[in-house]
Design a protein around this ligand. Sequence first.
Ligand SMILES: Cc1cc2nc3c(=O)[nH]c(=O)nc-3n(C[C@H](O)[C@H](O)[C@H](O)COP(=O)(O)OP(=O)(O)OC[C@H]3O[C@@H](n4cnc5c(N)ncnc54)[C@H](O)[C@@H]3O)c2cc1C
Length: 316
Amino acid sequence: MNNDIYVVIEHLRGQVADISYIMLAAGRDLARETGGKLAAVLLGQNAQALAENLAADQVLYGENAALAEFTSDAYQQALAGLISENQPRAAFFGSTTIGTDVAGTLSARLNIPLVSSCSKISDGMIVSQICGGKIMAETKLADTTTLITMIPGGYKPEQGRGGPPEVKPVPVSVADLKVALNQYIEPEVADVDITKEKVLISIGRGIQTADNIELAQALADLLGGAVSASRPVVDQGWLPTSRMVGKSGQRVKPKLYLALGISGAPEHVEGMADAENIIAINIDPGAPLFDVAKYGVNVDLFDLIDPLIEAIEAAK
Ligand SMILES: Cc1cc2nc3c(=O)[nH]c(=O)nc-3n(C[C@H](O)[C@H](O)[C@H](O)COP(=O)(O)OP(=O)(O)OC[C@H]3O[C@@H](n4cnc5c(N)ncnc54)[C@H](O)[C@@H]3O)c2cc1C
């Protein structure tokens, strides 16, 4: 085993996912601890241009027609070969649908440890969220190659430092695939595109009933924004799926994300951690969203909305 740190770059339809840039920032911290190189692992077909903004010492580029579109099967085969041959100290994956699928199965396939939901590397320890962020667990790197899935929130995304990195083509072998991409199914056209809104008033289970959504809507109207939601609100049928923020919803980057009664589970944070200003309103002082928020207010949201509306109206 060597001391190098791999970051497996997640990309889809020509776009590098933000989690890849976050992982590169975390990988840089860990490489400093281990004394190894930081290598971005980029798999695809004709995807070399995506290497340009990757802030790594080196990009290991695996080109193969079977990797033109993501399938877990092809990624697992390519990475199993690469990791067992080169034995890096650790390999990062996004804690996303793609990353958890590949990392979990690779861990079983190669019989190596997996540390999941890592948010930070601190003094050589990997800090992970468990129980939806209510408990933080610290783990030391094992004495063998370790896989890590990374959640957003602990690092600012890091893009290209000092020009394009060195790209080193690496052989990847992929054969006898059992899964192939048939087609992309585009999401239904939304009434509001929350990914384009500058202001989002986002509601969670703390909003309690569908009738209370009008309070959030009043605030959104006043600030020229839209109402978005966590998954339980959408699962109840109170808002359409197009308003859901998170792993199974939309990734949003508004200037203001005001979260009313949202706990801050990793699956939600994945979709909003890149908002410019996050304000969390919650009655629970231990709500994990306070760790991601720029400002936090530990109050009952129903005591806050009316005075807030009055204050904004007065200030206008
Ligand atoms: C595979 C998978 C994918 C998922 N994808 C998503 C996703 O895309 N998006 C997503 O959001 N979730 C997703 N989830 C669900 C996620 O794990 C959480 O369950 C969900 O985000 C919790 O939503 P919440 O914060 O609204 O509810 P809760 O976790 O129940 O939190 C409600 C919060 O409201 C606070 N509260 C209650 N009353 C008040 C009040 N009066 N005033 C102020 N605060 C109050 C509470 O203290 C609590 O913190 C996914 C889960 C899985 C397993």
